[in-house]
Design a protein around this ligand. Structure first.
Ligand code: PRP
Ligand code: ZN
Length: 300
């Protein structure tokens, strides 16, 4: 398809567990958006990027059909669509380009509390309710289990109570839904998180450059999440010990302190959170005037 417009379209979940975080991440990359009246599109004001708000299950299809250039969606939805496309003979028309480190959940098989489960062989000759028929079939085939997937588009967790299935195969995040329905997790099929996918259609150099820039900024945003800037004073003689105590820090900056003899100021970016224990250990090693600051932006 010819790309008539130079604006990038990103498919984002309209309403659900990924929505807020997806838009928030893009805003932290510098994108300012206004929502259309019908709430279907977020127009980018300061960059040629628009967000289409759609059902998460539609996102891989919109990207593979080249309606959208990028999509932010759970790996579970991506992998299910990939299997569907493979089955239809088209080799997944999108590529996964970035892992977003949020929206963690897993696709699992769960059993009613009363039902005995001795391992995958207990699934033999049973019915399993799921919205993820492709991923479930894949698991059953790989483990040589003969069981029948029963498709449910939603409310999968009530299938055993309705007598429609023996087990269910659904997403588990906190586990609250399973517990509330008298179910327990017995097998994990897939670990999922939000990812960015891109159409396989070439975008043209201008659009691709903007996609690369967004991905680089997303990378920077994720990197600063846990990063801290730490400042402290310490005797120069304790430098080696202090460096060893700083979590995930690269070469620190060491500066003399005017009129303080042997004491120096040490500044470092720590790629991990700095906990109270670390500060206490640093103090025990001779540090004083400890200060820990959040890092707002980072560009390697
Ligand atoms: C999933 C899944 C469960 C729930 C599990 O649905 O179908 O209902 O989340 O989460 P919990 O372990 O934290 O209780 P989701 O909200 O993702 O909606 P969707 O699958 O219909 O998009
Ligand atoms: Zn969904």
């Amino acid at each position: 398809m010819q790309h008539s417009t130079q604006r990038i379209k990103i498919a984002v979940q309209k309403k659900g567990r990924l929505t807020e975080h997806s838009i928030d991440l893009l805003e932290r990359c510098g994108l300012k958006v206004t929502k259309s009246k019908d709430q279907l599109i977020c127009y980018g004001e300061n960059m040629p990027i628009d967000l289409l708000l759609v059902r998460d299950d539609d996102i891989p299809g919109l990207v593979s059909d080249d309606v959208c250039d990028l999509g932010i969606v759970g790996l579970n939805v991506v992998e299910e669509k990939r299997l569907q496309l493979e089955q239809d003979g088209s080799s997944g028309q999108f590529k996964q380009i970035f892992e977003l480190q949020f929206g963690h959940c897993r696709l699992s098989i769960a059993a009613p509390d009363g039902l005995e489960y001795r391992g995958p062989e207990s699934l033999e000759n049973t019915k399993i309710a799921t919205s993820y028929v492709g991923l479930l079939r894949n698991y059953l085939t790989n483990n040589n289990i003969h069981a029948e997937p029963v498709y449910f588009s939603g409310a999968v967790e009530i299938a055993p109570k309705l007598g429609r299935a023996d087990f269910i195969c659904d997403l588990v995040s906190s586990g609250g839904t399973l517990a509330a329905n008298g179910l327990r997790e017995v097998e994990v099929l897939l670990q999922s998180e939000a990812v960015v996918i891109q159409t396989l259609e070439p975008l043209g150099s201008e659009k691709q450059a903007l996609v690369d820039k967004i991905i680089q900024r997303l990378d920077g945003v994720l990197k600063v999440n846990d990063s801290k800037y730490i400042m402290l004073h310490a005797p120069r003689s304790a430098l080696a010990e202090i460096r060893a105590l700083l979590p995930g820090a690269e070469a620190p900056t060491v500066m003399p302190l005017e009129g303080a003899g042997d004491r120096v100021a040490i500044h470092a970016v720590c790629r991990e959170n700095v906990f109270w224990e670390t500060l206490e250990n640093l103090k025990a090693a001779g540090a004083s005037s400890l200060l820990v600051l959040p890092v707002e932006k980072m560009l390697a």
